[in-house]
Every structure is written in C-alpha cells, then in structure tokens.
Design a protein around this ligand. Structure first.
Ligand code: PMV
Length: 332
C-alpha cells in the first residue's frame, strides 16, 4: 500500500501574462489531493468527490492517472485499487489535476520502490507530462511545479539570475517548442504568518477558453500588449514585497494586478463583487488563475471575516496558509 498527498496552488501574480513569456508567482496551498494505492485482483477507482463506491477503472475517464501508469512507469504489476480524496474545488483554477497527477506519481513510485521517496523535480516533470498529455500538449508547468516543490514558485520564460533557479523544462506543443525556468522563493516570516482566503464563484471557466479569449482580444487591440508588460512590472514589485514581508505592498500589487486582468477581459461580476467585498478586511485581493469564473484570493490577517464576506457574496471560501509543503508520502 502507498499513500501520497499533493497540494493545490494559487497564482498570486502574472496569470495570462505567463502565457506570453512574462513571469508568474504561485504558492502551494493547504488543500490538495490524496491518492492511496493498494494492489488488488481487479482495477478499481473511487474519487470521494464524486462517489461513495469503487468503480471499474476506465482509462478514458482518468487520462492523468492512465498516463502515469502506462507512459511514465510502464507498470505491469498486480491491478490497483485507487482511492482519491480531494478538498480542492475542482475546475476552479486551484491546480486540482496537477495535484492529482503528482499524488498519483508519488504514490506509484512509492509502491514500486518502497525504500526510495521520489525526487521533487522528477515528480514535477511527471505531473507536467500528465497534464500535457490530457490537454492536447498544452500545459504550463506552473501547477505541477508548485504542487511538487511546495512553497512559493516563480515560472518564467527565461532564467532569472536574482532568484533561486531550481530547474528548466520544455514541452513540444501544437504551436511549437516552449521552454520555462522554475525558481523558488523564500517567503518572509510576516508572509508565512498571514493568511490567504480563496473564494470560489461556483462557476468553472475552462482555462483554454479564457486563454484563447485573451489571444483574440490582443489580435483586435494590439495596444493590450502593454498591459502584459504592466503585469510583469506588478509581478516583480509583488515578488520583492513577498521577500521583504511587506504585506501592504503585496496587497497593493494584488489590487493593481486585478485591475490589469479586468482590462484583459478575464474578470466577471461575481469575481469583482468578491474582490471588492473582501478588501475591507484584507491587504489586497484579486482574481486568481484563468478568471471568467473560478476563484479570487485575498491576503489577510483576519481570515474568518474575509471568509464571511465571500459567503455573503454567494461564494465558497477556503482558508489557507502561505506556501504549504510540496507533494509527499503519507506514512500509515
Ligand atoms: O486555470 P489556472 O489557475 O491553472 O490558471 C491558468 C493560468 C493562465 O496563465 C491563464 C494559463 C497558463 O497556462 O498559465
């Protein structure tokens, strides 16, 4: 038997601009996905999110898991009983599919090699390959790297000499070869002592549609490219504030980032309502991830009040510490 947990993620700065080579900053959150594997006499799966019973494992319904079993590990052992537990909102921009892929990769590695915990960089690459294979070759490594490494991660189109460089990765996409550098950032104690409160609108908005919407608007109005550069400047200011532990400055950068994302056309009325309502009790707030629906995030020292504001707006809150531990094996 082997059990692994991998956290979800929240993008603090740089969503959408990262698609065009600008940097993005993401942190691992407390909520995530647990995968438990047991050998059995038949292939079975249960996801607590959707069902109380084990069902026959179907590759087409579980593309990330299938990719890891067949293409990554080429597993030929006894059939597996796969149990999935998640406390992430799904299709909400919190990286649930990367967390699932990483937890599955770590658990299967542990089952096959019980004495040897998997390397976090190798796991991030496994998670990224599972996401790419399930999304027709298009996936940024942001979710898989943040979930595997934990803490605070910067993903950019090129190596940043000022940051702690962890690894580089590339992917052949239908649009050509793409390369990314992954860096880690040490968070200041003030930041670690504060709280993130996420608010789910209850509406899933497919990331692919939001990304192609931005591409379309850029074609119509090329002057919007200036907003991408503005997001990069905000991201860099936000990053410095995170390193210095200046909560007010992180909050101001979050607010500015939200305004830029609104100009790119990726916010919605419900995101704007929650973002504005939570500002009374937070340092700053913004939509996080692809937008359209999905989630917003607020930085605060008063998480219960912020969670209440989110509920009053009709959203579902999730309170998290900053930069949780990355994917790991759970000892029984
Ligand atoms: O849906 P999410 O939270 O994984 O956000 C996607 C972030 C984008 O920048 C919009 C897309 C990407 O591939 O980075």
């Amino acid at each position: 038997m082997a059990t692994a947990f991998a956290p979800g993620k929240c993008i603090l700065f740089g969503e959408h601009a990262v698609v065009y080579g600008h940097p993005a900053v993401a942190v691992a959150i407390d909520a995530g996905v647990e995968v438990k594997l047991e050998t059995s006499d038949k292939w079975e799966i249960k996801n607590d999110h959707y069902s109380n019973n084990f069902e026959e494992f179907q590759a087409s319904k579980n593309p990330h898991i299938q990719h890891i079993i067949r293409n990554v590990f080429d597993y030929n052992g006894l059939p597996l009983k796969i149990k999935i537990k998640s406390n992430l909102f799904s299709s909400a921009g919190l990286g649930s599919s990367a967390a699932l892929s990483n937890a599955m990769g770590a658990a299967l590695h542990q089952l096959i090699n019980p004495e040897d915990e998997i390397n976090q960089i190798k796991l991030a690459k496994i998670g990224h390959s599972a996401e790419a294979s399930a999304q027709e070759g298009r996936a940024s490594p942001t979710d898989s790297a943040t979930s595997s490494l934990g803490g605070c991660i910067v993903v950019s189109g090129e190596k940043d000499e000022h940051l702690n460089h962890v690894f580089d990765t590339s992917l052949t996409t239908p649009e050509g070869n793409r390369e990314w550098s992954i860096h880690s950032v040490e968070l200041h104690k003030n930041i670690k002592d504060s709280w993130l409160v996420l608010g789910f609108t209850g509406r899933a908005a497919p990331t692919g549609d939001m990304v192609s919407g931005v591409a379309e608007r850029l074609k119509q109005k090329p002057e919007l490219y200036a907003e991408m550069q503005a997001i990069e400047n905000i991201t860099k200011a936000g990053l410095t504030a995170l390193e210095l532990g200046n909560l007010e400055a992180v909050g101001i950068a979050m607010n500015s980032c939200h305004e830029k994302l609104k100009i790119l056309g990726v916010s919605s009325d419900s995101l704007d309502n929650m973002v504005l309502a939570t500002r009374h009790h937070s340092f700053g707030s913004k939509l996080t991830g692809a937008g359209g629906g999905g989630c917003m995030v607020a930085l605060t020292n008063d998480p219960q009040r912020v969670a209440q504001e989110i509920e009053l707006c009709g959203g579902q809150p999730l309170i998290s510490k900053f930069g949780s531990k990355g994917a790991h094996i759970k000892k029984e």
